[in-house]
Write a protein that binds this ligand. Structure first.
Ligand code: AMP
Length: 224
């Protein structure tokens, strides 16, 4: 079966994590979300967490030398040999180069970059209602995608909380950081013919259907 080596791109709150949960099931991909990895490290108070925490709290990017190794290490794992989905990485052109170098060293290449687009106003509206379970990071929205029991995760029964960096001032800053450092990647991948755009303002299941159809086509094409 052809590999699907994928990157999920898009502003905070566009639905990357929610879509990833579904795509990983559909296509049996190894899933690596740098934000999740870093948040777990902060919770554990590990050395990594100590180095990353203050940047995350402000909504700034964690320095490349802290983040890059996390991804390189995971792409080499056996679970990622048939394909992976990266969420939240790369976030700047240097990180994008790292992925290219690493993949070419392994004799592999990117299959596609999935860009979920969403306007700033909608990002702010969504993130202000976003809730995350403390155990596994499952995502909900107080208004649009509420859990069955308020404040409790449907999937693992753990408590739902608001992320520290989902508070309004930090969200604005994260959007600025996205615009300055991350959004130029869309053009870069577009020029390479890898970019697929999806309208993040559609419902979760519509976006999911569109991405799934696009990936099914890509997989078929690569097997021809
Ligand atoms: P996310 O969950 O993807 O929104 O990431 C939360 C925070 O983790 C970001 O605001 C950054 O502080 C940090 N972070 C996650 N991924 C990266 C990355 N690839 N490079 C630098 N910082 C990152």
């Amino acid at each position: 079966m052809a590999q699907l080596n994928l990157i999920l791109l898009g502003p905070p709150g566009a639905g990357k994590g929610t879509q990833a949960e579904r795509l990983v099931d559909d296509f049996d991909l190894a899933y690596y979300a740098t934000g999740d990895i870093l948040r777990a490290a902060v919770k554990e108070e590990s050395e990594l967490g100590r180095r990353a925490g203050e940047y995350m709290e402000r909504g700034d990017l964690v320095p490349d030398e802290v983040v890059v190794g996390l991804v390189v290490d995971r792409i080499e794992r056996s679970e990622a040999q048939d394909g992976f989905l990266l969420d939240g990485f790369p976030r700047n052109p240097d990180q994008a180069r790292t992925i290219d170098d690493e993949l070419s060293r392994l004799g592999r290449q990117l299959t596609a970059v999935l860009l979920i687009e969403l306007a700033d106003g909608e990002v702010i509206r969504r993130l202000s209602g976003r809730r995350m379970c403390v155990k596994n990071g499952h995502l909900y929205h107080a208004e649009f995608d509420p859990p069955k029991r308020e404040g409790v995760c449907d999937q693992d029964g753990s408590r739902l909380v608001q992320r520290d960096d989902d508070h309004p001032d930090t969200v604005k800053h994260r959007l600025e950081v996205y615009r300055e450092h991350t959004s130029p990647l869309a053009e870069l991948y577009e020029e390479r013919g890898l970019l697929r755009r999806f309208d993040g303002s559609r419902s979760t299941s519509e976006v999911h259907d569109h991405i799934r159809a696009s990936l099914a086509t890509l997989r078929l094409e690569s097997e021809l």
